[in-house]
Design a protein around this ligand. Structure first.
Ligand code: ATP
Length: 580
């Protein structure tokens, strides 16, 4: 049984290490010494969680309850905890200073189990129960352990690395060689439960990757599309017969059904079932088969009557964001009606369809989903002729849609979970109008506003993802395009992620240091015109290369559907600059 003390010590070490390789090496060394469920539980804990991303793992303890639990555990008044909190700035550090030295006795399992109990306490009296459970374990913990237990409970572990580091560590620890990391990353796109993945790899080693399958209840990572520069390129890329589907601008949704049990997941794998009761009810009516997994897009949508005719109205993505809420769901269901357009089927009655070609999947989709009410299938045209695709695109834009996705109909056109696949190509109206490029950038800092913008930010320091290093590198400062409402919303989002120093997975040049550092969490879409070399930014900077910068950036919208690791990458920026 591994001690929690060892994990806490490693947390402490990892906080200080910045080298990617070194972090992976330490993680691998740790995993090598673990067995079975400890492997699983530690994988979750390293990511500051107690379960897979698609499960609700919030423990329901906010500062107020944690303060009470800490006061109870160490026999001091709550006022003292609050005073120390103001000084230390972190409740974990407060637990550390209040706690007495003692012999370490807790195992990883003890702590994990306790965190689960805290999460599961619900209903009347649950606040007292949660506080009591936390207080009790703090009394058994050493100061170092107490610090990390409190941070874990509050969801503030923040070791400064993401799941990719763990996957690389699994490769070394469980297969004895880092060369399997690529395969493990592919497996993770299908088995998105990192704990389950870790445990299976630990038990079966190098034979495991590739053996994971999709199953209801566990969403797979979404397949994404490539973009092309021109229609001519499209013709070259997808030869022969191809399907052009309408591209709906809303939120990606993966619907899982197992009998009467239906759940919906977002592109970030969050469980969004409660947000869309209308979609769940509609799927129940449209799909009679027992077990199925569907992929599609939800859009803000209405059918209107005009001069006795029925017309479809597609609303922009922003409107759908009103449905991102925990409260007043019924009210907004009326206020912002939606429809779902399914374009893929990934699983049917015990059989994974991921390896079936698109034409076969589409035929099964049509067979098992009845188009009725707010359930639709993506409309499409099939042709070899590029002019016909152009006509279809024009009709699509005429309807108010953003463009098309052209899909290969080849026998190899499988569903590539988690990949920007060469079987799907998007073509949007803005490309055809020669409009500027858009980027999904991670906010890593902000500068104080002046004049009219006093009290808010003047500009945001934004970064792209360096995939190899798993680090965020700055690309541009965005100071225009925000409405007052945008600024207010961004301020409130950022306030939860303020960091006291530059987060260690962000690289910023000295001359570019912001007034406030932000943990990489919030992603915004930015329009920009030109990529230039710039010594002021770190994007793509290397021994030989200067950094890259985006000129004339303008804020477009917050991308709630993207996390920092889904942001535009250094490679994409470099390809754009080189005109690849
Ligand atoms: P964008 O901002 O252009 O939507 P993205 O990076 O979010 O890009 P891409 O994979 O590049 O995602 O573009 C395809 C996206 O379009 C899908 O992720 C999906 O959410 C949406 N979409 C809408 N209609 C379709 C369709 N018929 N087939 C596939 N994807 C579709």
């Amino acid at each position: 049984m591994a001690r929690f003390k060892e994990l806490a010590e490693l947390f402490e070490e990892l906080e200080k290490i910045t080298s990617h390789k070194e972090i992976v090496r330490k993680l691998a060394g740790f995993f090598e010494g673990l067995k079975g469920n400890e492997v699983r539980d530690s994988a979750y804990l390293f990511l500051g969680s107690i379960g897979p991303a698609f499960e609700n793992t919030t423990l329901g303890i906010k500062d107020r309850l944690a303060i009470r639990a800490i006061a109870g555990a160490y026999g001091v008044p709550e006022e003292e905890v609050i005073r120390k909190y103001a000084r230390e700035g972190d409740l974990g550090d407060v637990a550390f200073v209040l706690s007495e030295k003692r012999e370490a006795s807790l195992t990883i399992e003890d702590v994990f189990e306790r965190l689960r109990q805290i999460k599961e306490a619900s209903g009347k009296g649950s606040q007292e129960e949660k506080t009591g459970l936390l207080s009790d374990i703090l009394q058994k913990a050493t100061p170092e352990e107490g610090k990390y237990i409190v941070r874990l409970v509050l969801g503030r572990l923040r070791l400064g690395f993401g799941d990719q580091f763990l996957l690389e560590a699994f490769s070394i620890a469980f297969t004895g060689d880092k060369k399997h990391a690529g395969k493990i990353k592919e497996s993770y796109s299908v088995c998105t439960d990192i704990g389950k993945l870790a445990k299976t790899l630990a038990e079966h080693g190098a034979r495991t990757p590739g053996n994971f399958s999709i199953k209801p209840g566990r969403p797979v990572k979404s397949m994404l599309s490539q973009r092309v520069e021109s229609f001519e390129e499209l013709e070259k890329r997808v030869q022969g017969k191809k399907a052009a589907e309408e591209k709906y601008d809303g939120e990606r949704i993966q619907v899982h059904k197992d009998g009467d049990w239906i759940k919906a997941f977002s592109r970030r794998l969050e469980d969004i079932t409660a947000q869309y009761p209308d979609i769940i009810e509609a799927v129940k009516k449209s799909v009679t088969v027992d077990k199925i997994v569907l992929d599609g897009e939800i859009v803000a949508y209405a059918e209107l009557e005009k001069d006795g005719n029925r017309i479809e109205k597609f609303y922009p993505f922003q409107r759908l964001m009103q449905r991102r809420r925990k409260y007043e769901i019924e009210k907004y269901r009326e206020k912002c009606p939606v429809a779902v357009f399914f374009f893929d089927i990934l699983y049917l009655n015990g059989e994974s369809l991921l390896k079936k070609p698109y034409p076969e999947r589409r035929a099964l989709l049509e067979m098992h989903v009845a188009v009725q009410g707010i359930v639709h299938l993506a409309r499409r045209t099939i042709t070899e002729n590029i002019e016909e695709i152009e006509d279809f695109f024009n009709e699509t834009v005429e309807k108010g849609l953003e463009g098309i996705v052209v899909k290969s109909m080849s026998s190899g056109s499988v569903y590539e979970a988690g990949k920007r696949s060469w079987f799907w190509f998007k073509w949007k109206q803005e490309y055809s109008e020669g409009m500027r490029e858009t980027f999904d950038l991670v906010v890593v800092g902000s500068y104080y506003g002046r004049g009219r913008r006093r009290g808010s930010f003047g500009a945001l320091l934004c970064a792209v993802l360096n995939e190899e290093e798993q680090r965020f590198e700055t690309l541009t400062k965005v100071g225009t395009g925000f409405t007052e409402a945008d600024a207010e919303e961004i301020n409130s989002l950022l306030s939860a992620h303020i960091a006291s120093e530059a987060p260690k997975n962000v690289s910023i040049k000295k001359g570019m240091l912001p007034d406030i550092f932000i943990e990489p969490t919030v992603v915004i879409e930015v329009l920009g015109s030109e990529i230039t070399n710039s010594p002021g930014h770190t994007a793509g900077e290397g021994k030989e290369e200067t950094g890259l910068a985006l000129r004339f950036p303008r804020f477009l919208r917050i991308r709630y559907d993207r996390g920092p690791y889904d942001a535009t990458t250094v490679k994409e920026i470099r390809d754009l600059k080189d005109g690849a």
